[in-house]
Ligand binder design. Structure first.
Ligand SMILES: [Zn+2]
Length: 246
């Protein structure tokens, strides 16, 4: 999306055409550890630093919001969707970017966080949730395939996992085993140590975990994209009941 388009496009979360503000946030040591080119660093900076002038939601969360709406086949902003679908059961793992205040409007929304909950062993029954959401969490998990399998297990059969991970599209995925520790966030908090740096083959771990469909939703290429994974028809669980259509 060009700057002009970004200025005029409605925010997928609040629906306003208010344009965006930008505050850079990447720091030199992270760029060095990640071995990012200048273009890659600028792209990640926009992902984390651009936000809607009206609601304050950042570009990464706009992408996640767009993925939720795309999965649901809803044409309006997220604000309208959560009002229209009060029965949805949503599990949010760590705060999904800036979307928590919107998702929390749903009565059957639950937010869980590390370290209270282990992503390798979620404390929920099989098929308990319509939707699982997380944002930039998977790269901190020791075994991301196991974590994705757990997300799939707790979803109903045609439920969806909507999530983001930081992806550098011009390279392949690598683990940081044996490399100097790298952290997302200013503190060296072990919870934010990076285990996996995702590249163009990010999709492999999602399908390895047993998901049968994977869609990529681009809010702004290459800065902000989000993923929708499902074991069945991506739209079926989130589609409005027949009585709500038309
Ligand atoms: Zn907005």
């Amino acid at each position: 999306m060009s700057d002009r388009e970004a200025e005029s496009a409605p925010c997928p979360v609040c629906g306003a055409r208010a344009g965006r503000t930008f505050a850079p946030g990447l720091w030199p040591s992270l760029i060095e550890e990640w071995e990012l080119s200048q273009d890659e660093a600028s792209s990640i900076d926009r992902r984390e630093g651009e936000s809607c002038r009206a609601c304050g939601v950042h570009l990464r969360s706009m992408a996640l919001g767009s993925a939720l709406l795309r999965a649901a086949g809803h044409l309006g902003p997220l604000e309208d969707w959560v009002a229209a679908r009060p029965s949805l059961k949503i599990l949010e793992i760590n705060r999904a970017g800036d979307l928590t205040p919107w998702l929390a409007r749903l009565p059957n929304h639950r937010l869980v966080q590390f370290p209270d909950v282990d992503l390798h062993s979620l404390p929920f029954a099989d098929g308990q949730w319509d939707l699982v959401v997380h944002s930039d969490t998977l790269e901190h998990v020791e075994d991301p395939v196991k974590a994705l399998m757990e997300c799939r297990r707790v979803l109903i059969r045609d439920g969806c996992l909507c999530f983001t991970i930081p992806i550098v599209p011009g390279r392949l995925t690598r683990r940081r085993d044996g490399m100097s520790p790298s952290y997302h966030g200013s503190e060296q908090d072990p919870l934010y140590r990076v285990v996996t740096e995702y590249g163009a083959d990010f999709w492999a771990s999602v399908l390895q975990a047993g998901f049968r469909e994977l869609r990529m939703v681009v809010e702004q290429w290459p800065d902000a994209l989000a993923l929708i994974a499902s074991s069945d028809d991506i739209r079926s669980a989130l589609r409005p009941p027949e009585s709500d259509i038309g």
